[in-house]
Write a protein that binds this ligand. Structure first.
Ligand code: ZN
Length: 83
């Protein structure tokens, strides 16, 4: 699973793919998204996201802006954009 380009940029530790609860900052807000596939450094815990995953989280954050007034629930599910 680990190749050279997947080394942690902070400590050069190896990374492994995991489903995590990601913290994502968007327009000055922080949201949490469950079950996001991420590369996590086994040494320092730094999280890395593939570009398509990052784009999905952006979509989720944008959706959250729209539904914020009716739903005050801080957690989003990663799979809400996959339908
Ligand atoms: Zn690291």
């Amino acid at each position: 699973m680990v190749n050279k380009s997947d080394l942690c940029e902070f400590c050069e530790g190896g990374t492994e793919k995991k489903l995590i609860r990601a913290r994502f900052r968007y327009k000055g807000q922080t949201i949490f998204i469950n079950d996001v596939p991420a590369w996590v450094c086994t040494h320092c815990g730094e999280q890395y996201f593939d570009a398509p995953v990052y784009q999905c989280m952006e979509k989720i954050a944008k959706n959250r802006d729209n539904i914020q007034k009716t739903i005050s629930f801080p957690l989003a599910e990663y799979d809400m954009v996959i339908s």
